[in-house]
Write a protein that binds this ligand. Sequence first.
Ligand code: GTP
Length: 361
Amino acid sequence: MRTESINRRKNMPSVRIPQISPISLISLLYALSLYIFYRQGFISGATFISVAAIVLAVVVLFYGIFRFGLNQRFREPSLMLPQLAASLLIMLVVAYVERTTQMALVPFMLIAFSFGIFRLSTASLIGLSLACLAAYLSIILLRGQAEGFVQAFRTDLVQWCVLALTLPGMILVGKQIQNMRQLLRATRYQLQHYEEKSARDELTGLYNRRQLQTELAQARLHADTSGAPFSICLIDIDHFKEINDRNGHLTGDTILKDFSRTARESIRDTDILGRYGGDEFLLILPDTGIKGAVMHAERLRVYTHFLDFQELLVQKNISLSIGVAEYRSGEKITDLISRADSALYQAKQMGRNRVEWIEGQ
Ligand SMILES: Nc1nc2c(ncn2[C@@H]2O[C@H](COP(=O)(O)OP(=O)(O)OP(=O)(O)O)[C@@H](O)[C@H]2O)c(=O)[nH]1
């Protein structure tokens, strides 16, 4: 079917160049900020080089993991938690070793967390926040013990309190964003579902008349731009009124469904079959001229004629009359359908159970 083939095309894997993750970028920016500390004489060259080397190693490690698809082996392939934990750990260790870098700790920590709120569960976010706060408090206390609980210790403690009050706010915002994303995803899914449903005929599951008009317009556009031919077959089940009258409307419905299923199975992936109305069906054959279309129609007619409806029908079989027409460049779709309809009328007039087409196309 057409939708399936479109979906298949849409779902084809595109060549993706692995990128550096946002968290790795934050770590690199953090290393860059340390360069400023170093240039201004706040930290030693050795510290800067060591931190830069560690950050680079972590970035390369995660890049490699994503590049070779090793992340797919994990339950959460974005590896947000380990990435975030690694980057926060580096910042905390540096803050412990070089006190002045604490200035950069809070803003970078908040930026790192802001990425986490898109991927991590609330429980993971709370856990990570508590771990960070505990580690940061330990650093402050350890340093206070070593240097004495003086003014600097109180400043650090105030900064810690501010962070402790900011992080829950951040988690709250994150939860709101996650809820909104979930709602958006559900709405998009529902919209797709309704779109798909509105294009289908309820009884047979085939495209309905409205969708067929869209498909015909697309086929016409494609033919006009590419110069490739396309043809249509207007298919009608013979004496369907009689089938209904003799076997009941419900049996008629079953025949329509069974025929639709087998017809769908007998056409190419690129062909489009829809219910044009009542017992009439329309088959669009892209890249097919009149000869090919007549062949297709004839095959479908024979195929259908040999379908065994012994358990449903007194007359055991159904037959089709089919009118075929090839698109003439620039003509209106209504004219194309009208020619197929004339051919179908001819087929009915000539005794039914046959394929006809209008000569001189
Ligand atoms: N069971 C069932 N019948 C339907 C449905 N839609 C239309 N019909 C019936 O299909 C029949 C179509 O009959 P006609 O258009 O007269 O054509 P026919 O009996 O096939 O005669 P020919 O086309 O000349 O061979 C009508 O009796 C409709 O009521 C449907 O969804 N289910």
